[in-house]
Design a protein around this ligand. Structure first.
Ligand code: SAH
Length: 498
């Protein structure tokens, strides 16, 4: 097959500011070539066997020159691969996309360019600065602060005369020079200036001042590249339009310990609230190899008067086997369905089934209470669930009627990167850790090692409910806050309380 290169604008940083077209290209790519300014969350979306080539500044080997990058992308495409070359912002806004395109043409490599949201516009937006506004600026100008030939100067005289918003990229090393030249050529020294560091990311930091004093402010606050320099009256609108930094969890570093397959709801909600989410899956779900016991329970499902689903995983794994065996939802017949937790009930709804009983509180004890009201000795209950699940449910229900527990999945210790999390803890880069079950607590302790537990003393430990809290306390740790409603949404609410 013929290879092809897609030069993709990945947007200014926020993962969701990528175009749909760019996203689809990434999903189809055989090789992804990316650098520091492209958000690496995209890498999760690729095909299973996709290769990654990092060509950014902190590259392990050495900094790749533009020529080397050109060679890499052309070579991969000539091998017949689909290459996604991710570039921060828009590929043609100081992204050297034009040069890459020319090179590919020369080599006879097919290519396409996917425009992106440039930091020069989108970055300002997230800092609460509209690049134009009828009262302040009727044009905008995006300027490099770093010319190809170092000894050449920009036309300061012309730039100083412009009324529109000036946005300098790659200008931090040259900030003082930029301000001095603009003042010298006649721009008012009180013209507002904003510096936006890591725009649209959870770590976004913005400082403001004037042409006269911004250099001093930047020195004092230690603002570094990558940053945007914005000059003009629109900077003043930031106080009113700064929606991003006003998000309730903005800049909070929150660790999610759930299994990756289950974490998306929590991760998405937290990101939407402005948090910097650090995914550290402490659990991995592993289906148990189908066996006779499992299959018999599915074949004989009609004989049970109740089936209890305790988790989303339980529902999906059970249904997968059920369908593999050639059945569909009709096997449930008149069997009543019980779901622990509204999300488990929602998952069942995807298979066209409505849960008959959803206990108000999402713990086993509550379920036993509910079932006690309706169950007789003649009833038979099937519980397909995790092999490590708490005994209490089966124990208590067995006193009321026949109970059959079938183990359909294991929850094993996840593959979170221990060194990385320890580094973050040591550098005070974590504000909260969320625990959504006792296993997440136990496994985090297992991964960290008891000797490192004291690192958790400074972090706010958030628990989804009483059972999880108890486990946290059993390790001598302190629960900072427990969710009032024992659900993911309840946990999010408790984070919003602070
Ligand atoms: N093609 C990119 C720009 C590449 S030049 C775009 O369209 O956005 C690199 C410069 O862009 C950096 O030096 C910095 O000035 C700016 N930049 C890119 N992303 C940024 C971000 N998230 N925050 C602040 N500045 C950013």
């Amino acid at each position: 097959m013929k290879g092809k290169v897609y030069l993709i604008g990945a947007g200014p940083g926020d993962y969701e500011l990528l175009t749909l077209k760019g996203f689809n290209c990434i999903k189809n790519a055989d090789v992804v070539v990316y650098d520091r300014l492209a958000n690496d969350s995209f890498l999760k979306e690729t095909k299973d066997n996709c290769e990654f080539i990092y060509v950014g500044k902190e590259s392990k080997n050495h900094t790749k020159t533009q020529d080397e990058i050109n060679e890499i992308i052309a070579e991969e495409a000539l091998k017949g691969k689909i290459v996604a070359r991710l570039k921060g912002g828009d590929p043609y806004v100081f992204g050297r996309g034009g040069e890459e395109g020319e090179f590919l043409l020369e080599k006879g490599v097919d290519f396409e360019v996917v425009p992106g949201i440039t930091s020069a516009i989108g970055g300002l937006c997230y800092a609460g600065i509209p690049i134009t506004h009828r009262d302040y600026a009727s044009s905008f100008h995006v300027i490099t602060g770093h010319l190809k030939e170092e000894d050449k100067e920009l036309n300061w005289e012309a730039l100083a005369k412009l009324d529109g918003t000036l946005v300098f990229l790659m200008g931090m090393a040259n900030l003082q020079n930029i301000c001095n030249n603009l003042i010298k050529e006649g721009k008012c020294k009180d013209t507002p200036v904003a510096i936006i560091n890591w725009a649209t990311r959870p770590e976004q930091k913005v400082v403001t001042g004037t042409l006269e004093n911004i250099y001093e402010v930047v020195q004092r606050e230690g603002i570094k590249p990558p940053s945007l320099i914005v000059v003009g009256g629109v900077v003043g609108l930031r106080d009113k339009l700064n929606f991003f930094e006003k998000k309730p969890l903005f800049s909070k570093n929150i660790v999610v310990t759930r299994a990756r397959t289950q974490s998306s709801k929590l991760v998405d909600e937290l990101k939407g609230l402005g948090a910097n989410v650090i995914e550290f899956p402490t659990i991995k779900i592993e289906e148990i190899t189908p066996n006779e016991e499992m299959d018999n329970s599915i074949r004989g499902l009609k004989e049970y008067s109740y089936v209890v689903f305790t988790s989303i995983n339980g529902v999906n794994i059970f249904f997968k086997r059920l369908m593999d065996l050639g059945f569909d939802s009709r096997v449930f017949g008149n069997t009543k369905i019980v779901a622990i937790g509204s999300s488990t009930a929602k998952e069942l709804a995807k298979y066209g089934l409505r849960a008959d009983i959803v206990p108000e509180k999402f713990v086993a004890e509550e379920l036993v209470k509910e079932l006690e009201k309706v169950i007789t000795k003649e009833d038979k209950i099937l519980i397909p669930r995790a092999s490590e699940a708490r005994e209490i449910l089966v124990e208590k229900l067995s006193k009321l009627c026949i109970v059959k527990e079938v183990k359909i999945y294991d929850t094993i210790v996840g593959e979170g990167n221990k060194e990385e999390i320890i580094k973050l803890l040591k550098n005070d880069k974590i504000d909260y850790i969320t625990f959504t079950s006792s296993s997440t607590v136990k496994n985090l302790v297992k991964i960290l090692g008891e000797e490192n537990l004291s690192l958790l003393d400074k972090v706010k430990l958030m628990s989804i409910g009483p059972i999880t809290s108890k486990t946290i306390e059993e390790f001598g740790l302190r629960v900072y806050r427990e969710a009032e409603e024992y659900t993911i949404s309840g946990l999010v609410v408790s984070l919003l309380v602070g």
